[in-house]
Design a protein around this ligand. Structure first.
Ligand code: ADP
Length: 599
């Protein structure tokens, strides 16, 4: 339970419970009255019984006058005997001596009477200026005793000590024998209590401790900061040194970091890069697919990977492989995206060159076969042709004789016929050779062959912006063929189709590739059709396309279709072309299905 509080009337002290024993040091009489008058005024107005023990230089008149000036109803209190003003010597001394037991007993009696008269308690002030040095010890003992015994009594005691006549040691003694001390020097009030002092010391100690802790923490923080700075510098160095463009985006898409490599490439300042972002530097054709892929990564929070062209400071585009990962905080909130752009322009060139080389190789293989064939043909035919020429000359000479030697001429013509037969045999032999030429024939899945070739021509397809439309039947019967030759045929038809659409810009560059079952000469077979939307073929071309060395291309050889047809025919199949109703041409071939054992 909170103790009952009494107004002390002294500002710096405020309200205090019964049982308060404090002292007041004053410099002037004015300082003393300034404290005691409000003290007693508050006491009277709180219905306390008041006893003011005065000493020089304050006289009873001074005290009454001062009170009268402050307490309007003083007369009433006086007539009720609510306040007594007593001279210190009369109160404290008996026959010139101070007896603390007697004084204590007198106070007790006063309190008892006051309580008996219905006062809630007694408010007291005693002055000590009458004390001389001899009585000091005794009085101090009395104060100590009062301090110990006052707790729980309905009494408030304020002892006043003049600053001028007491030594510092005396004042310290006085302060020690009271619960707290207040002082008034020329109108200024201060309050000092042992508890307050202890509290101040404690605060000072805590402050010092705090300061020490702050210093220590600051040092730790500085060390951590230095470490952070150094690891941040390391990381920055890494981000700047790696041979890639490095960047980071905030969740709202704004760029918050680009390494120097990125800035060097685009020719932007960091501020411009942050302001403009990167989408502005994308190749127009890459904007839509890139943003679409980004949106997907963004909404799914999944890593992003994409190939794109970025415009450099020189205005030229280069191809990059762009990758980015989302970074989240502990609670799963997206913090930012970290990304890299790897320049793949050179690699792309190399890849394209490789594919071109592969295509060339296929071409060269065909040419080499043709070259070999041509050389051996030339060699084998040279001899019978030379003999035919010689015998032709001889025949003419026998006929030019007069009379003509018909027999010899007939012999010469017979030898010509023999040589011509020989030449025919050479050709027949070569055709037979051609039939057997490229590799062993094995049962092959045409669909699988087509898929392999489509993969091979992928770069060409991309470069020419061609859309491949496959319609490949499953479970087709195998055909008996040499894999490489069949690949060559399919490759040729597809490449021709792509090239036929090279200049097409008013329609989709669609290349349809179809495989299906198709009877051949009454037996099972497989049909492959390659349908383009290219320039198409004219009636005159129809017959000539399959002739060797027929080409309409600047760098064409005109051998592709003729070889393709001989390969298909050598496999017992047929290859033909037809014009499409609207655009382009369809080349197709049928091969007989490999006969299964027992069929
Ligand atoms: P090359 O492709 O070296 O010219 P080919 O024998 O493969 O040799 O083709 C011969 C010619 O047939 C081509 O130059 C071209 O005029 C024509 N041709 C081939 N395929 C097509 C096609 N899909 N559309 C139109 N013309 C074609």
């Amino acid at each position: 339970m909170m103790p009952e509080l009494r107004k002390t009337g002294i500002n710096v002290v405020g309200d205090m419970p019964w049982g308060t024993h404090f002292c007041h040091f004053y410099e002037t009489k004015g300082d003393l009255l300034d404290t005691l008058v409000p003290y007693f005024k508050a006491g009277l107005e709180s219905d306390d019984f008041c006893v003011w023990v005065i000493s020089e230089p304050v006289t009873p008149e001074d005290a009454w006058d001062a009170l009268r000036g402050a307490v309007p109803e003083l007369d009433r209190y006086f007539s009720q005997r609510s306040i007594e003003i007593i001279q210190a010597r009369e109160w404290y001394l008996h026959e010139g001596t101070f007896d603390r037991g007697r004084v204590a007993a007198a106070w007790n009696e006063k309190l008892t009477q006051a309580l008996a008269r219905g006062y809630p308690g007694m408010r007291v002030s005693g002055n000590t200026s009458w004390l001389d040095r001899n009585g000091w010890e005794d009085f101090a003992e009395y104060e100590r005793h009062l301090n110990d015994s006052i707790g729980g009594q309905r009494m408030t005691v304020l002892c006043t000590y003049p600053l001028a006549t007491n030594s510092a040691a005396d004042l310290l003694d006085a302060a020690r024998t009271h619960q707290f001390a207040i002082a008034k020097r020329r109108g200024k009030e201060v309050v000092e209590t042992p508890q307050l002092k202890r509290a101040r010391d404690e605060i000072r100690r805590l402050n010092e401790e705090l300061e020490a802790r702050v210093t220590e923490r600051t040092q730790q923080l500085e060390a951590a900061n230095a470490e952070l700075r150094s690891s941040a510098a390391q990381l920055r160095l890494l981000a700047e040194a790696i041979p890639q463009q490095v960047w980071s985006h905030l969740p709202d898409g704004s760029v918050n970091y680009c390494n120097q490599r990125w800035l060097d490439y685009t020719g932007l300042t960091p501020e411009e890069a942050q302001r403009d972002g990167w989408a502005k530097y994308l190749h127009p054709a890459d904007v839509e697919p890139t943003l679409k892929a980004w949106r997907e990564s963004w909404s799914g929070g999944t890593p992003y990977t994409g190939e794109l062209r970025l415009r450099g400071a020189n205005g030229r585009y280069r191809r990059f492989l762009s990758r980015a990962v989302p970074i989240y905080d502990d609670r799963g909130h997206l913090l930012q995206w970290f990304g890299t752009n790897t320049d793949i322009e050179e690699r792309k060139h190399a890849e394209e060159a490789l594919h071109e080389a592969q295509a060339e190789l296929a071409h060269v293989t065909r040419l080499a076969t043709m070259g070999e064939l041509a050389a051996s043909l030339a060699h084998d035919l040279n001899q019978p042709l030379a003999a035919i020429v010689t015998n032709g000359g001889a025949c003419l000479r026998w006929l030019d004789r007069d009379p003509p030697d018909i027999d010899e001429a007939r012999h010469a013509v017979q030898r010509i016929i023999q040589d011509a037969d020989l030449a025919g045999e050479v050709i027949a032999h070569t055709r037979a050779l051609l039939r057997k030429s490229s590799g062993d024939r094995t049962p092959l899945d045409v669909t699988e062959i087509i898929r392999g070739v489509v993969l091979l021509v992928h770069p060409e397809v991309m470069r020419h912006h061609v859309a491949i439309d496959e319609s490949l039947a499953q479970g087709l019967p195998p055909v008996l063929a040499a894999r490489v030759e069949l690949q060559q045929v399919v490759l040729n038809l597809i490449v021709n189709g792509i090239e036929a659409m090279a200049n097409v810009s008013d329609r989709r560059r669609r290349l349809g590739i179809r495989s299906e079952r198709h009877d051949l000469d009454g037996g099972p077979g497989v049909l492959v059709a390659v349908e383009d939307a290219g320039v198409g073929i004219t009636m005159e071309q129809l017959d000539r396309l399959f002739e060797a060395f027929y080409t309409t291309k600047e760098h064409g050889l005109g051998m592709g279709l003729s070889i393709a047809r001989s390969i298909i025919q050598a496999h017992g199949g047929r290859l033909w072309v037809s014009a499409n109703p609207h655009h382009g041409a369809t080349f197709q071939f049928v091969l007989p299905a490999a006969s299964t054992p027992g069929s």
